[in-house]
Design a protein around this ligand. Structure first.
Ligand code: SAH
Length: 240
């Protein structure tokens, strides 16, 4: 008899987060879709305190930047030890470092991560982390946008949330996100719900007419127009 994997018995998607603020987790991830899925065991979350690998009586984790300058830098020896303790060398999960210098996170990358076994996510603080640990532990730098946060924790929450909602069963009857913004390379069309009229504004007639083909066409046109107006760069990415 061949082995069958029953729905819900697949190995959970595993997130390990290295941080100086483990109490920030699960935070928003403990609520709504991601929180319910966490409770059901669809995914697991292991926040780990980097300071446990800190040096001396004060468990120091940072030091002044070589060459001078403002702020402090996370030490490579401390972070290296924290990474090694969290994930053995044969752990198949990608090792990510949240970083404004990283490749900007996209829905394609999110989908690929969600299809994998999970992620080991390092959250920076202060001015950043010693470059040598990025190289030695082959950390993939990931940015959530062109702005600077005070730490990697919120960025890690963003990345995990985006992945978890794509895991099987998490979004329920919502068609697994296939029609959403970015999935077809376009932004999503506008939504409406009751009441039919509000402050003199009505729902577009086509959506109330019951002509499914016309609705599909209208939504596609709206998607294209919105994308052209707001994110022409996405249309360019579509071109060969
Ligand atoms: N001096 C650094 C910024 C450090 S901000 C620089 O100019 O590149 C402190 C930490 O916040 C970073 O180490 C990183 O982990 C996190 N962070 C800040 N902005 C981020 C962003 N846009 N995406 C992902 N992580 C970010």
């Amino acid at each position: 008899m061949s082995e069958t994997i029953l729905p819900g018995t697949a190995a959970p998607w595993r997130a390990t987060v290295l941080t100086l603020y483990p109490e920030m987790f699960p935070g928003p991830l403990g609520h709504s879709l991601s929180g319910d899925a966490l409770g059901r065991g669809t995914w697991s979350l292991e926040p780990r305190q980097i300071r446990e690998h800190g040096l001396g009586r004060h468990r120091n984790v940072d030091d002044t930047p070589a060459g001078g300058g403002a702020g402090m830098v996370l030490r490579c020896d401390v972070l290296g030890a924290a990474i090694d303790a969290a994930a053995p060398a044969d752990d198949p999960r990608p090792r990510l470092l949240m970083s404004p210098r990283g490749r900007p996170l996209t829905q394609d990358r999110v989908r690929a991560l969600a299809e994998g076994p999970g992620a080991i996510i390092v959250c920076g603080r202060f001015e950043g982390v010693d470059e040598r640990v990025i190289e030695a532990r082959a950390l993939e730098e990931v940015s959530i946008g062109d702005y600077v946060l005070s730490g990697g924790e919120i960025a890690a929450v963003v990345l995990i949330d985006a992945c978890v909602r794509l895991l099987p069963g998490v979004m329920g009857k919502h068609a697994s996100g296939v029609e959403e913004s970015f999935e077809g390379g376009l932004l999503e069309y506008p939504h409406y719900t009751r009441p039919r009229e509000w402050e003199g504004r009505t729902i577009p007639d086509v959506l109330m007419g019951g002509n499914h083909a016309a609705i599909v066409r209208w939504r596609a046109e709206q998607s294209r127009a919105l994308t052209r107006a707001r994110r022409p760069d996405l249309l360019k990415r579509d071109e060969p």
